[in-house]
Write a protein that binds this ligand. Structure first.
Ligand code: F6R
Length: 260
């Protein structure tokens, strides 16, 4: 794991955006895995600004989002389809016919999960998968005890996750109970994973992910098995790590190591 720690969230976001811009410059037809949630908002703002400044193009890229709520259509105000259009897709030059999310309003979520996983494979697989982390260590909606080799499937959301996401719904009780999510195995199959975490609320989950045992209790810990996992943190999210001195030594101020 490459652990990059920045003094503040703004610098962490800039670094995450730079990783994506660099990957798109090297491979314009990049297959980019995307996440939603609060942590990603400033990152998508930064990517939009980079696009507007002419520093990046998404014209040839394809995207696959991690997850979508079951029972909610693409035009629902709280769907992740809407989130992605509002914060990113409507503001960049991406061909929206190449932006994919699972369909939460599908007739059969089991069939939809298999279709989505197959679509990722047909695209050649994900080059760069962007991730956030839940306070309970989830990635995508892979809640604790998710199989570490799971593929896209239905997951029941924990009460904590529903509570964390209730802020987006007019009535808290409308927060969906189920989601379609790429599995931990789907995420591990991507060629590079890039996880961004900011704020003290994530510190415990980040410590379990980076320095805890590989365990389904913290699905993000499976990233320890990934050959190319980059973890970008601000110092608040890094606060409970024990080997911080070493991470700073290898990557001072989040810089690449001397070997690169
Ligand atoms: C959603 C997703 C989730 C979030 C996580 C953190 O697509 O992948 O794993 O990244 O729940 O959400 P925030 O950033 O809102 O704390």
């Amino acid at each position: 794991m490459k652990v990059l720690i920045f003094d503040d969230a703004e610098r962490a976001v800039i670094s995450a955006a730079d990783h994506i811009v660099t990957a798109l410059s090297a491979k314009p037809e990049l297959v980019l895995g995307l996440a939603t949630g609060g942590t990603m908002l400033p990152l998508y703002q930064r990517l939009v600004a980079q696009y507007q400044a002419g520093r990046v193009s998404f014209a040839k890229a394809a995207t696959f989002n991690l997850d979508e709520y079951i029972g909610i259509g693409p035009d629902h105000a709280c769907s992740y389809h809407t989130y992605m259009r509002d914060v990113l897709f409507n503001h960049i030059d991406i061909d929206q016919s190449r932006t994919f999310l699972p369909r939460g309003d599908c007739a059969d979520p089991v069939v939809e999960a298999a279709r989505y996983e197959a679509l990722i494979t047909e695209s050649g697989g994900i080059d760069l998968q962007l991730l956030g982390i839940g306070q309970n260590g989830h990635i995508g909606f892979n809640e604790p005890t998710s199989s570490l080799s799971s593929l896209t499937r239905i997951k029941t959301l924990t009460a904590d996750t529903r509570q964390a996401n209730a802020r987006y719904f007019e009535n808290a009780e409308d927060t969906p109970k189920y989601a379609l999510t790429m599995g931990v195995g789907s995420i591990l199959a991507s060629r590079h994973t890039l996880l961004l975490a900011t704020g003290t609320a994530k510190a415990k989950a980040v410590a379990a992910m980076v320095e805890g045992p590989v365990s389904a209790v913290c699905p993000a810990s499976a990233l320890q098995l990934h050959p190319k996992a980059t973890i970008i943190l601000d110092k608040d999210a890094a606060a409970r790590l024990e080997l911080t001195e070493y991470y700073h030594h290898v990557h001072p101020q989040g810089a690449e190591s001397a070997w690169n």
